[in-house]
Write a protein that binds this ligand. Sequence first.
Ligand code: B3K
Ligand code: ZN
Length: 871
Amino acid sequence: MLDIQRSLAQPILTPAVTRREDYRPPAWLVPTVDLAFELDPAETRVRATLAVTRNGLHAEPLRLDGAGQRPVSVKVDGTAIDDWQLDGETLVIPLAGTAHMIETEVAIHPERNTQLMGLYASSGILCTQCEAEGFRRITFFPDRPDVLSTYRVRMSADRARFPVLLANGDPVASGGEEDGRHWAEWHDPFPKPSYLFALVAGDLAANRGTFTTVSGREVQLGIWVRESDLARTDHALHALKLAMAWDEQVYGREYDLDVFNIVAVEDFNFGAMENKGLNIFNSRYILADPDTATDYDYDAIAAVVAHEYFHNWSGNRVTCRDWFQLSLKEGFTVYRDQCFSADQGSAAVKRIEDVRGLRAGQFPEDAGPLAHPVRPESYQEISNFYTATIYNKGAELIRMMATMLGAQAFRAATDLYFQRFDGTAATCEDFVACMEEAGGVDLAQFRLWYSQAGTPRLAVAVDHEAGGGRATVKLAQSVAATPGQPDKSPMLLPLKLKLFGAETGRPLTDERLVLFGDGVGSVTFEAITERPVLSINRGFSAPIVIESDRTAADLAFLSRHDDDPFGRYEAMQQLMLDTLVAGAVEGRADHQAVVAAVSATLSDPALDPAFVAEAVLLPSESFVGDQLAMIDPEAIFRAREALRRELGRALDAQWRAAYDGARAFYAYTPAAKGLRRLRNVALGYTAASGAGDAAKLAFTQFEAADNMTDRQAALGTLANGDDRPFGEERVAALDIFYNRYAGNGLVLDKWFQTQALSTRADTGAAVAELVRHPDFTLANPNRARSLIGAFGVNQRAFHTADGSGYRFLADQLIALDQLNPQTAAKLLPPLGRWRRVDAGRAGLMRAELERIVATAGLSKDLFEQASKSLG
Ligand code: B3K
Ligand code: ZN
């Protein structure tokens, strides 16, 4: 009976699948678009005038994508017609000639738009989000990235509520209307796809600046926010100017309009959007001051501002032919923003952070049911493909090509790419072909990185001829099966390697770049006079997993002697991982090698404190889990806590010395940031040691802090603390923090998130209580992510053996899906990891996935993620 009910409840139609191989050029082009908006939050009228031209010889009608609207009127060449049809959501218009003027009018309802796609209202501001397929929610249009048009936009709105009217391109004219309304017209001379369309109307104030481009043009810059937020926009404006200068210097890319505007809104599905000349941002990537934003927030703001700005060339001037090419713009642009950030401070620390992010977000994706290639072959809902694979693995692909070509040839290749494809919609293949042509390299095998999913694994062993002589590095590559791809070919791996002498600690060779493309092979080094220790995949030159035969002693050695900072970090991570895996599997582990290596790192005066802070951090619970075929979340948690406690206790004096020695006046500089980071890592270890004064130490820091980095770190330490000895201070700090920042949404997000990430045993119950808090709402994506998203990645709390964590997440996702399918779908992946846990947990996780899939009226976003996760 139950089964019958379930099958009845299942969606009868599986969402349609879009395939890369089905790509056909558009039947009709739209060289120009005129849009007129009568803006009103309750009902906005949109009149669109499209000049359309037949693309090639065919008899197909014009098909314009829509999203459930019914046109109020349709005209062809000035005459109202009634032989249009709606084919599902698509408006079909029969046309006889090769060029026509099409006019449509629709009514849309921004205030009711909880999906935050298309035109919507956010705290009284009207704004748009069109990528990937939101433009069709505004007007009927061939909503695909290979239809490029120049846009003229006229907006009219109530002057008092919406004094500022912005759109893409440059402002053309503005004026008053009757009834307290006013209008403005904007024109964007650069042909663009509809996903880059944007408008904003609201009561906004601007932090203005100017930038003079390399050829001497002055660009007017504006960061638009609510008046009361203006004081928190200087960092974003400064980052924008740095990014504009950097893209000129490093890529020869100059800005091309007279104005560049950024608007920050509170309700936004992701980080930000690169609309031509009018970027729209989630306010968390704009607003910062020392009292409310951490160093991490400051870094992220600069990175996202730069990322969206860089899209002006990598994405806007050269866009994507179809959404399967998404990594063409996203992978490349992430690579560009990573390099920009590396140039602002420590490149070594930036690389470590990027690799940590890749391992936290992309490796699990590549190893799970949602694995897909950097250039996918099919999708049901394109919004689900804005993934760590497209973005971060995509960036690693660009980085590998840059490594293989070298800086000069890489620049020549990007120049060629921009010049050849400017004003067009290109493919990943076009990019690779430019790399080959300008770089003089053969990338035939490298292309597999675009088509094969999965993280390659490389087994490494070193043979050394006794008595000193040849050293042979033996390599064996494998790529595990992923959904739809049972058999893989070996990939081309650019590997940087170097040998160090085990006795002397000195380099035995120069760094060598080896392009390894075989399943099995070797690299030899001659005249190696002492036992070599191998440093491999230096700088993380290929995004792969290394399985080496290096001993704990070798890893400890490299953590001290490798001259590649990433190599030092990596050796320490591997040493820690091996220890944690042993602890999780056997219930106990020898901590001595890690303790000694951490101690040596802490006491090396030559090291940058920012690097030290990264190097002494333990791998996350989920990364430890990724090393194991079967995860026991409690065992991993216990093993990690045991090692943290041991490190805390054994090195108590060093942590306290680091803590006291790393005091700095607040400044947002790389040096001061590094000191804060080290100090807060030291605080965490002191707390982990169980020292009697740790709660007091953290609470004192919490109260005395003159910046959010220190305050939030102290709060996080307290929030993790058990009732004894942390009870009083923990409760007090959470209360003080909440009251101090009441009304500041971005800081309240931190308050929710800190509690959702707590390692305490009662976190599940606490989070279930927090969804009933008056400040909690699923309608705001930042708030939903801060509690529900953070809970999903809290390994201990989410994987509670009774399945309450799984049930909680599923309940929340089903509720969120009603409002905002895109954001709900993004938070689903933790439920898909059922293959990695014991049968009891796996059954509970699958039951929740099945319940989601069987929910009536589910979005295709969540349906695709949940059904694929069932595998
Ligand atoms: N291009 C946007 C992301 C749009 C996501 C649509 N689901 C922001 C960025 O990557 O720069
Ligand atoms: Zn992007």
